[in-house]
Design a binder for this molecule. Structure first.
Ligand code: ADQ
Length: 503
């Protein structure tokens, strides 16, 4: 019944994510500047047009006063966004603390912070309490805007408590939860002090989704081993109630990139870049500046390649674009939670990368050229497309990555050049682009260096074949299809559950 209804009307979709797709900057008491944010989730959801979509999330800014909150709510309404207002202390404990200091590294296999035991217990508990409180605040905003027949799609590790908060308020809500990061092996997840509470809160959702089958399998194992529940081919069962667990690999909106590189102004930009790097092969890395993206390891591998291949000096350039996205961890928080020092903050990572790049450019550069151009900033969409289009070899060496959309974007822009993709085997994308990419272990610098040599020397025929495989995948597994599949599976799951109850 539900599926017939949803086919007839454009279903309202409430997308709930920690961050809204726009960032707000205050320009006056009641005036705001809104800018699109950079990130994988935003890129993927931009492609969704089949639903009547509203976003609920934090606008990335502290707004303590009523005038500010009212004016920002109005400004965001025009972008179909609804803000959740979190105060500074809560953001520190919930976002910088529990989300980015505990869950993010743990889910990417970097483990828990190893600090003084007493401090861990104290800071861990306050961060976890803040996490639950923040999730409840997101739920309160959803409850305020919810109408019957809406579908609620909760996103990512920031909101693992949200399904529980929502269903406690209204058990009839249709709630799906999707994780954009890897879900680690149950042996890693079981080290988390709040391991059971988090799993139970997620299991309240009707549908739980991951990028790959492996992540889904790890989640089901965690539920069976830690909670003692039963894993079935469809998901996890608890006293007759099934939570459906499945893989929904994300994609991009390929048409947006394919159309962009045909635009006259981008074609001009492509010509300029080609002239600028004439006589040299271009290698490209585009990442958010984050430990998990393996930027230092990538640059060290490039250095090894230069060391071992003197013929390539002056004939190849690596362009590494790294946008800092989490620069707001304040010193006061670091003083309070020494654990933060054990993970390189963005600033420390930037310094480390600058130091390595400086050393390599000093070692292999000349008066006229350097082998690495490293930019710590975001590029606009057109600039990014032009760079993708002129690239001979894309180098993506994430130490772990839920999926990695940069690899997809690169492939979409390579219709004429048919460049090579070197891709970490620890990125979810390795499972979808494995047939076309050269897969590498990013920790093995010698292997990455020899893959660079292989990619640069690859015969045209092999390049074209590999590109064709990748291009077919990227253009048929789109973000639109990803969202439609998830939401229709969520609708079907609920219909099936209702039928089971009636029987
Ligand atoms: P991210 O970790 O943000 O996403 P990714 O999937 O690569 O990683 O997406 C990054 C996005 O930001 C891309 O659309 C890219 O174009 C853009 N971007 C990155 N650097 C940029 C720069 N310097 N300038 C401009 N744009 C830049 C998380 C998970 C991923 C998962 C996505 C989606 O960590 O594994 O693929 O969500 O689920």
């Amino acid at each position: 019944i539900l599926t017939t209804e949803t086919a007839a009307i454009r279903q309202r979709l409430l997308v709930v994510a920690n961050r809204l797709p726009v960032s707000a900057t205050r320009k006056g008491e009641a005036s705001w500047q809104l800018e699109m944010s950079v990130g994988g989730l935003v890129s993927a959801l931009l492609g969704i047009t089949d639903f009547d979509t509203k976003w609920i999330g934090w606008a990335g800014v502290n707004v303590p006063d009523e005038i500010g909150q009212k004016s920002l709510t109005e400004a965001l309404a025009e972008k179909r966004c609804i803000p959740v207002f979190l105060d500074e202390d809560l953001v520190n404990l919930y976002y910088n603390g529990y989300c980015n200091n505990i869950l993010w590294p743990l889910f990417h296999y970097l483990g828990l912070p190893q600090e003084d035991r007493l401090a861990t217990t104290r800071s861990f508990q306050s961060q976890f309490d803040a996490y639950k409180k923040a999730n409840q605040m997101f739920a309160d905003v959803v409850n305020e805007h919810y109408t019957e027949r809406d579908v609620i799609w909760c996103h990512d590790y920031h909101l693992m408590f949200l399904p529980k908060c929502l269903k406690e308020h209204n058990n009839k809500m249709k709630v799906g939860w999707f994780l954009h990061t890897p879900f680690p092996s149950s042996e890693i997840h079981r080290t988390l002090p709040s391991r059971s509470e988090l799993l139970k809160a997620v299991l309240v959702a009707d549908l739980v989704g991951f990028h790959t089958y492996d992540y889904a399998r790890h989640f089901v194992s965690a539920c069976t081993r830690i909670l003692g529940l039963e894993g079935t081919p469809d998901g996890v069962e608890d006293q007759g109630r099934l939570t459906r667990v499945a893989a929904f690999p994300i994609g991009i909106d390929p048409g947006r990139f394919i159309r962009a590189i045909q635009l006259p102004q981008i074609k001009n930009h492509i010509m300029e870049l080609k002239e600028r790097f004439a006589g040299r092969k271009v290698m490209l890395g585009v990442d958010r500046l984050d430990m998990i993206k393996g930027i230092p390891q990538k640059i060290l591998a490039f250095e090894k390649f230069l060391e071992e291949n003197p013929d390539w000096h002056d004939k190849v350039v690596l362009l590494q674009i790294a946008v800092p996205t989490r620069t707001d961890v304040p010193d006061s928080l670091i003083a309070f939670f020494p654990s933060l020092l054990l993970f390189l903050t963005d600033q420390k990572l930037t310094c480390q990368v600058h130091e390595i790049v400086g050393r390599i450019n000093g070692r292999f550069g000349s008066l006229t050229t350097v082998p690495i151009h490293h930019l710590d900033r975001s590029l606009d969409f057109h600039g990014l497309c032009a760079l993708y289009a002129i690239t001979d070899v894309a180098l993506i060496t994430s130490l772990r990555d839920g999926m990695n959309l940069v690899s997809y974007e690169f492939v979409a822009c390579q219709a004429s050049k048919k460049g090579v993709l070197i891709l970490s085997e620890f990125a979810g994308a390795a499972q979808s682009l494995g047939a076309g990419a050269i897969l590498v272990n990013p920790w093995n610098i010698t292997e990455v260096a020899s893959s660079i040599a292989y990619a640069l020397n690859m015969p045209a025929e092999e390049r074209e074949k590999r590109h064709h495989n990748n291009f077919m995948h990227v253009t048929t597994h789109t973000s639109q299809e990803w969202a439609e599949t998830f939401v229709s599976e969520l609708n079907d799951t609920i219909v099936e559950a209702q039928l089971r109850i009636r029987q």
